[in-house]
Design a protein around this ligand. Structure first.
Ligand code: PEP
Ligand code: MG
Length: 586
């Protein structure tokens, strides 16, 4: 038995035999050709490129049906790479000058691109090297036939163990067969992570060498809730996880019922439960899970699934489709939160020494006003058809929020002049995700209509721990007493100033914190859709009095460990079945 820990990117548990997809390294030997064969090789190359483009357009169509247009854009991006004139010239000149086969030219030129990207400091660019791998494999399979990797012919339910999956592989996964996914590579923002989550497959990435630890046919448990892969589980573990699965199956029906019930405490206090989404097509699932609306639409994902800057129309289409699907339910659109780990090839941030403290988020937007204005126009135009609010991320100073509001006013004036309708009194909010904003919250209450506490960043900036760094992940804790104090103070100040306040970091969807958050005064929580039912079940089982007592007691501890243990014990005591059915699948 062996236990490996990675980054949990999609919740749930799976126990199955493993299918292992080897490293996709497919070396192509350097074969020389005679000078008179050069033109023939170039023709072969061009034919393979065209066939690959055709294949991609098919894939784009099918993935649009399955996942929506954002995901399909990955394949538009790949087709764009294939049509790139500079790339074509490099390939042709390699064949011409080095007298090598078309496949060797493809192999050597695209690997060079991959290596270049892998050396870049930014995680986002490193992850984009996957796209070049993908494109290389696609052309090679046209030239020399597909690599034998057996993904398409899975006959039985399995868990998939891979070095990494290319976007096409992940999008093409047969969900009826693949019950779990674990990869050596990948981070939170990788396509694999995004797609696995959208597919609802329990997934863990960043395991480093899971492909060497697992052989095809081994029994593997993927625990996507805790980020664990258990290889060759012993009898006790199998028993434990199987009985957990059985329990989950029973409670699944109860949870589906919970989704339709109101989020109200035993003493009658209503809690607003909202969902965080990255793509418009997630609205349906969120509403099915009982979300009353969208508390955080991470609009930057429009950028992250494309290599070109989205136009105003593309922004508008994404927002209006979200608004219409919500059918009158509230929607909070956060303006672009690009930078740090969320970056795009259009914006050259690769040389920042300290990207999380660098030109990210609202700072980036305020330095690129056309970027921000394009988005604001689209949000405002979409606002006429629903209940839309807009929210600025990573606000650190009053000047920043004032500047952002001024840009908004400018955009409103432009629309007015052009006779384009929009919601004049659209509520404007800000994320509280740095200690400076939390400490100055009273001042910010004068500036905005509502606050949303982004604990993912608030924790990393409060305890100085990079939220994506596995090596110090044990130091990154939502239960840190300093974090609790900031959340409490922000909530109190907002309530006192009668400003809306909600919380939208991952902490909001963690059942262990639900009582604490209600006790601190929060009445609106926004979370990833799969977390909604488990959190609601707790809300329906506790009173605000009980929660306030828990919050008071939690504030007396000195360390995150004590806080965490206390919250866990209280949850077990007050709501014994609280963690049952937490998005566990078979
Ligand atoms: C946060 O920081 O808590 C948050 C919700 O924003 P993101 O995770 O997109 O940085
Ligand atoms: Mg954030």
């Amino acid at each position: 038995m062996e236990i490996r820990r990675g980054i949990a990117v999609s919740p749930g548990v799976a126990i199955h035999r493993a299918v292992v997809v080897d490293a996709e390294d497919r070396p192509v030997p350097r074969r020389s050709i005679t000078p008179d064969a050069v033109e023939g090789e170039i023709k072969r190359l061009e034919k393979a490129l065209q066939a690959s483009v055709d294949e991609l357009s098919q894939l784009q169509k099918s993935s649009e049906e399955r996942f929506g247009s954002e995901m399909a854009r990955i394949f538009v991006f790949h087709a764009g790479l294939l049509r790139d004139q500079h790339l074509l010239e490099q390939l042709q000149s390699t064949i011409r000058n080095e007298h090598v086969t078309a496949e060797y030219a493809v192999y050597s030129v695209l690997r060079r691109e991959v290596r270049k990207l892998q050396q870049v400091e930014s995680q986002f660019f490193r992850e984009r090297s996957r796209d070049f791998w993908d494109v290389e494999r696609r052309i090679l399979s046209q030239l020399i036939g597909p690599a034998a990797e057996g993904l398409g012919d899975m006959k039985t339910d399995s868990v998939l163990i891979a070095v990494d999956l290319t976007p096409s592989q992940t999008a093409g996964l047969d969900k009826t067969r693949v019950k779990g996914l674990a990869t050596d590579a990948g981070g939170r923002t990788s396509h694999t992570a995004i797609l696995a989550h959208a597919l609802g497959i329990p997934a863990i990435v960043g395991l480093e060498d899971i492909t060497s630890a697992v052989n095809p046919g081994d029994t593997v448990i993927i625990d996507g809730n805790r980020g664990l892969v258990i290889v060759h589980p012993d009898a006790a573990q199998l028993l434990e996880y199987r009985s957990e699965l059985a329990r989950q199956a029973e409670t699944k029906i109860t949870l589906a019922e919970v989704a339709r019930q109101p989020a109200i405490t035993t003493d009658g206090v209503e809690i607003s439960l909202m969902a965080n989404i990255e793509f418009p097509h997630e609205v349906k699932h969120a509403v099915e899970q009982g979300a009353e609306g969208i508390g955080l639409y991470r609009s930057e994902f429009i950028y992250l699934s494309s290599s070109v800057e989205p136009t105003e129309e593309e922004h508008y289409e994404a927002y209006i489709s979200t608004v219409r699907q919500l059918d009158g339910r509230p929607l909070v659109i956060r303006t672009l939160d690009l930078g740090a780990d969320k970056i795009n090839a259009n914006i050259d941030l690769s040389h920042e020494r300290n990207p999380f403290l660098g030109c990210r988020s609202i700072r980036l937007c305020l330095q690129n006003l056309p970027l921000l204005k394009t988005q604001l126009r689209a949000i405002l135009r979409a606002s006429v058809e629903g209940q839309v609010s807009l929210m600025f991320p990573l606000i650190c100073s009053v000047m920043e929020i004032r500047q952002a509001k001024m840009v908004l006013t400018d955009v409103m004036e432009d629309l007015q002049e052009e006779g384009i309708p929009f919601q004049q009194d659209i509520p404007v909010g800000m994320m509280v995700e740095v200690p400076a904003a939390a400490l100055q919250v009273r001042t910010f209450c004068q500036e905005v209509d509502f606050l949303s506490i982004g604990t993912n960043d608030l924790i990393q900036y409060t305890v100085a721990v990079d939220r994506g760094n596995e090596r110090i992940a044990n130091l990154y804790s939502a239960a840190h007493p300093a974090v609790l104090q900031l959340v409490r103070d922000v909530t109190r100040a907002a309530n006192r100033h009668r400003k809306g306040v909600s919380i939208c970091g991952e902490m909001a969807g963690d059942p262990e914190f639900t009582m604490l958050l209600l006790g601190l005064g929060l009445r609106s929580l926004s979370m990833t859709p799969p977390a909604l039912t488990a959190v609601k079940r707790i809300i329906r089982a506790v009173s605000v009095n009980q929660c306030q007592r828990v919050a008071r007691k939690a504030a007396t501890f000195d360390s995150d460990r004590e806080v965490q243990n206390y919250l866990r014990e209280e949850l077990r005591r007050i709501v014994p079945d609280a963690l049952d059915g937490r998005s566990i699948v078979g």
